[in-house]
Ligand binder design. Structure first.
Ligand code: A3P
Length: 322
């Protein structure tokens, strides 16, 4: 199970020419593959991943759309695995090193579809890494390799209120695409979000796919809401630990993980104040306000209604209320 050869440029171009294409935020071309919109480089990695990755029963996959708490979930999962893990894939997994202080969480848990474009994480070969592997993806459920679905490997999915997700995304992409420029018009960003034409979009279908799977197979997929994690972190961090088969021995351990992973702490760690794990994405950009309801500071009533209406149509029929 060595790192596979990527899709060749010729195969790549042929495929891309056949896929629907749009311009995301008037800035980058995105292509629709498996019903979702991606940067072309991600499609290439995702195809390679889908066709060649062999999951192991003790793998853990963290899944989400963008800006829904991925970094937080990574930090929490690292602490949980570190808490009880003695065999290691590298020195950082040793129990006495707080790995959150050595590198940004995105370094420790690679995003499988951008790994070929990462800087430091390039060194991390997910195919060869020793168990237990902690991996992360923004890919939709349908695009995951069959071996992930069929093996006993566990998936933790985090999602968030769509209005806060959109506002978080708006800040994030403005800081990357438009530094020191006027932000992309918010009304247009809302339109893109509701129509699903944005990176890793549509948000709504992405969430529904994992939600339905988690309903069918609760032992396989744990579905978490950012807001619940915020309002009762101890309860939900414990739940994640139990789901991963690594329950905490006592309350102090839970308290410590909640504290180690708090936004205030992570944001102020030197490793997160500078540098970047992923090209063009400063580590600091993963940590902003982390508030529930921040959308109220930005969205007009009309924009709010537009997103609510989309949620009513796309989420609520599945019993999902975000
Ligand atoms: P805001 O932009 O609303 O502040 P992702 O990690 O999926 O990219 O999501 C980023 C969002 O999660 C940002 O939201 C960020 O501030 C918030 N976040 C990052 N680390 C967090 C933490 N430790 N606790 C709570 N929220 C966190």
């Amino acid at each position: 199970n060595k790192f596979p050869s990527p899709v060749s440029d010729d195969q790549d171009n042929k495929l891309l020419n056949e896929l629907p294409k749009e311009r995301f935020w008037e800035t980058v071309d995105i292509f629709q593959w498996e019903g979702f919109w991606f940067d072309p480089s991600i499609i290439k990695s995702a195809i390679t991943f889908k066709s060649s990755f062999e999951a192991r029963d003790n793998d853990v996959l963290l899944a989400s759309t963008m800006k829904t708490g991925t970094t937080w979930l990574k930090a929490i999962s690292l602490c949980i695995m570190q808490n009880k893990t003695h065999q290691t894939h590298d020195e950082y997994y040793h129990k006495h090193v707080d790995i959150l202080t050595t590198e940004n969480p995105h370094f420790h848990i690679p995003n499988i579809e951008t790994i070929t474009y990462s800087t430091k994480a390039l060194k991390f070969n997910i195919y060869d890494a020793s168990s237990p592997r902690l991996l992360q993806t923004h890919l939709p459920y349908a695009a995951l390799p069959d071996s992930i679905k069929k093996s006993a490997c566990k998936i933790v999915y985090i999602t968030r209120n769509p209005k806060d997700t959109l506002i978080s995304m708006w800040h994030f992409f403005n800081s990357i695409y438009k530094p020191n420029q006027d932000p992309f018009p918010l009304k247009k960003a809302v339109d893109c979000f509701c129509s699903g034409v944005h990176l890793y979009g549509p948000f709504f279908e992405h969430v529904v796919e994992y939600w339905q799977e988690s309903q069918k197979r609760p032992q396989k997929i744990l579905f978490i809401k950012y807001e619940e994690l915020k309002s009762d972190p101890k309860r939900h961090v414990s739940k994640i630990a139990e789901f991963l088969g690594r329950p905490f021995a006592n309350e102090n351990e839970v308290d410590e993980v909640v504290w180690r992973c708090s936004l205030e702490r992570l944001k102020n760690l030197e490793v997160n104040k500078s540098g970047s794990v992923l090209l063009y994405v400063p580590n600091s950009s993963y940590f902003r306000k982390g508030e529930v309801g921040d959308w109220k500071n930005y969205l007009t009533h009309e924009m709010e209604e537009q997103i609510n209406q989309t949620s009513r149509i796309k989420l609520e029929p599945f019993g999902l209320f975000l």
